[in-house]
Design a protein around this ligand. Sequence first.
Ligand SMILES: Cc1cc2nc3c(=O)[nH]c(=O)nc-3n(C[C@H](O)[C@H](O)[C@H](O)COP(=O)(O)OP(=O)(O)OC[C@H]3O[C@@H](n4cnc5c(N)ncnc54)[C@H](O)[C@@H]3O)c2cc1C
Length: 375
Amino acid sequence: MTMKHSDFLVVGAGLIGSAVACGLLRRNHSVTLLDEGGEALRASLGNFGLVWVQGKGQGARHYAEWCHEASEVFPEYARQLQDETGVELAYRKPGGLTLCHGEAEYQKRTQVLERLKNESRHGAYDCSMLSRQEVQKMLPTLTLGPGVTGGSYSPHDGYLNPLALLKALHTSITLGGGAFCSGTAAINIRYENGRFLISTQKGEFSAEKIVLAAGHGITRLAAMVGMQVEVHPQQGQLMVTERTRPVLSMPISGIQQTAEGSFIVGLSNREVGFNTDTDTRLLKQMAQRVVNAFPALASLRIVRSWSSLRVLSADGLPIYQQSEICPGAYAITSHSGVTLAPLHQTHIADWIVDGVQPDEFENFSTRRFDVEKIA
Ligand SMILES: Cc1cc2nc3c(=O)[nH]c(=O)nc-3n(C[C@H](O)[C@H](O)[C@H](O)COP(=O)(O)OP(=O)(O)OC[C@H]3O[C@@H](n4cnc5c(N)ncnc54)[C@H](O)[C@@H]3O)c2cc1C
């Protein structure tokens, strides 16, 4: 079998690896993308599609700013990706709401925003608490249930069709001349004479640099090039309703109406290991919360439900790490892979091509966990 060589090998064609691969191609390098597919866990196929800023980054200003930057560049990013690939992303940025049910939730949300404001660089955090009346004014076509006490609103939030985003990235890779090898799991990685060799069932691949973006598969692969990258699964369950006329004009944390008219509900996070079963009791609770928010939706039929596993680091923040033992090997993993796609395609790809780590990336390196261990 002949060895296939390229400048970069990217392992994992989910939202993270695909966005990085697009960025590498844009810098005129040859890129091969290997993806296991099949039975592999793939967070990018089961997510909610929010481009979301509000509430993120408590105690981690760098992450709050990172998400904010992504939301700022997202409209232009989406426009360009759509123009290039012809894939309609259904991206909209009307701002987003988080609803509060009851007084305790309202107080808690107020405290979260207060903390984010205090931690922000200029003492300002562009997300406001709204009274019940103010929320109702923003949602004129849906009457709020009696238990809704208000909510928070940020103009920076938006949403899209996440499967379309993944399809657009894959299309862009193909159009850009990238080699896409699906059904090709990286089995072993060797580092020899400054080159990486990845063995798969379909033969061996080599490259000057490699990007490990294999979601839940990253820990095993990263260890082969001297990196300790720990991630764990957190299950999220989602359900989708039949289509109805457009009534919800902006995404609400956990509830959104798609361009086609279906409601998608995703209001859960459970620590159940690699279990991807759905749980009827939990789905019922989620549906009840939606009906409590908007009683008029009670008659909608649920047509599908699924669960998917978030890929989370110990503190829930991204990991962007270059191997110290095998320079040229990078581990990239993150929750919020939809939101951060434009930054993974630009800043992360530039770092990998140029080899110059932006200062702020130190916050996202695995070294932060060493500090925690010592402390
Ligand atoms: C329920 C849920 C809701 C979410 N909602 C949002 C949201 O609203 N907004 C947002 O921004 N983010 C959201 N996310 C997070 C987002 O989906 C993830 O950040 C993103 O999908 C992670 O992408 P990834 O490429 O790292 O992982 P994955 O999508 O899991 O991709 C990893 C890829 O690596 C491949 N792979 C694994 N091992 C190997 C190997 N050995 N060789 C080759 N290939 C391999 C797999 O086949 C897979 O395709 C949500 C996630 C979940 C689970």
